[in-house]
Ligand binder design. Structure first.
Ligand code: NAD
Length: 331
């Protein structure tokens, strides 16, 4: 029998995950909830999912798993609610903006023996998976130094920034997870800096729009991360790992993969405009991995501890940026 899903939150990422669930033959999208009725009804109409309340979904014995695409400040309480209700949970990142709250939430997940996957979609991007495979297969020797570049085409609206937790917890958290994923473990220290270079109104919201971090591992490994909320040439997503026997890199993906050469030089079509188009395959792969894990596959999915790890790095990075000092990362 297919695994019966409910989606909570029918916004930007909710629509992406609804499509992935509906496209998987081992799953059925049975229910949807969003307090904005038009958002829920759009998914309901498209996939035949029933519109139900949060309480009805939690109590339903015909729902096996939920996908939480709700605003970040609802994640921890909803993970706890559905874990206690015996549902498997896929939750978008981050679990919460406070590591103490995440730890309390993960205790409930453990006590209830619930399955929890955290939405670090970049682990499922075919290009980044290729870099990871090159490392795991030993093709570049021991990984020593990494460079992760992650630039958004433009800043999100002020309302989003206010609730987001700031650039380290909202945006760079993906890169922290990618660094742990590629290097194969947690760094022990971070040095970070942040500034406002693109839009002065971001400073009034208490955030940065430009940030850098250097993570260091106990064995001397290093990863350098660069984030900007502005890239006039599109959504810039690159990863490179240098090892003792070589280097593996994932360049930017172009939706149209051509180049034109003339006497004036080379031109290529633009990059993807943002995550919704750049990470289509990654989002589908991660939901498919969740469904496979629920079916008993042992492929490895990012779990609650991975969500906590990335947040612990983000908390240390924020402290480092504020104090201009290197900060040890809690475990
Ligand atoms: N992994 C990624 O690449 C990625 C990308 C975008 C967003 N996200 C994460 O996904 C989450 C949602 O982001 P978004 O961009 O889709 O936001 P969004 O604002 O587009 O959508 C959120 C939806 O949740 C609904 N909602 C509010 N309260 C709710 C409740 N109590 N129950 C159910 N639904 C409720 C809202 O009405 C809205 O439709 C955030 O935590 C964000 O960090 C992750």
């Amino acid at each position: 029998m297919p695994i019966r899903f409910a989606i909570l939150g029918a916004g930007r990422i909710g629509q992406v995950h609804a499509r992935a669930v509906a496209n998987n033959n081992d799953a059925v999208l049975a229910a949807v909830f969003d307090p904005v009725a038009e958002a829920a009804s759009a998914i309901s109409a498209q996939y035949g999912a029933a519109m139900r309340s949060v309480e009805e979904i939690a109590a339903a014995d015909d729902i096996d798993a939920v996908v939480l695409c709700t605003p970040t400040d609802l994640h921890a309480e909803q993970i706890e609610l559905f874990s206690r209700a015996g549902k498997a949970v896929f939750c978008e990142k981050p679990i919460d903006l406070d590591s103490a709250r995440v730890r309390a939430c993960l205790e409930v997940v453990e006590e209830t023996d619930a399955t929890l996957m955290v939405g670090f979609n970049r682990r499922f991007d075919p290009h980044f998976m290729g870099v990871k495979a090159a490392i795991d297969d030993g093709r570049i020797g021991a990984p020593e130094m990494g460079i992760i570049t992650s630039r958004d085409p433009g800043a999100p609206p002020a309302d989003y920034i206010k609730r987001s937790g700031g650039i380290f917890k909202d945006m760079m958290i993906h890169d922290f997870d990618m660094a742990v994923f590629l290097m194969g473990g947690m760094p022990e220290r971070v040095m970070a800096t942040g500034s406002v270079l693109t839009d002065p109104s971001i400073e009034t919201l208490g955030d940065y729009d430009s940030a850098s971090a250097i993570l260091s591992w106990a064995d001397g490994g290093q990863v350098s991360i660069s984030n900007s909320r502005r890239a006039v040439y599109g959504y810039d997503q690159r990863v490179e790992v240098h090892g003792s026997a070589g280097m593996a890199a994932a360049e930017n993906e172009h939706p149209v993969g051509i180049q034109v050469a003339t006497a004036q030089g080379y031109t290529r079509p633009p990059l993807h405009d943002f995550f919704m188009t750049r990470y289509v395959a990654a989002y589908a792969n991660e939901i498919n991995a969740f469904i496979a894990a629920l079916g008993g596959a042992t492929g490895g999915i990012p779990v609650g501890r991975d969500g906590l790890n990335a947040l612990l790095i983000a908390e240390a990075a924020l402290e480092s940026a504020r104090t201009s000092k290197a900060v040890d990362i809690a475990i």
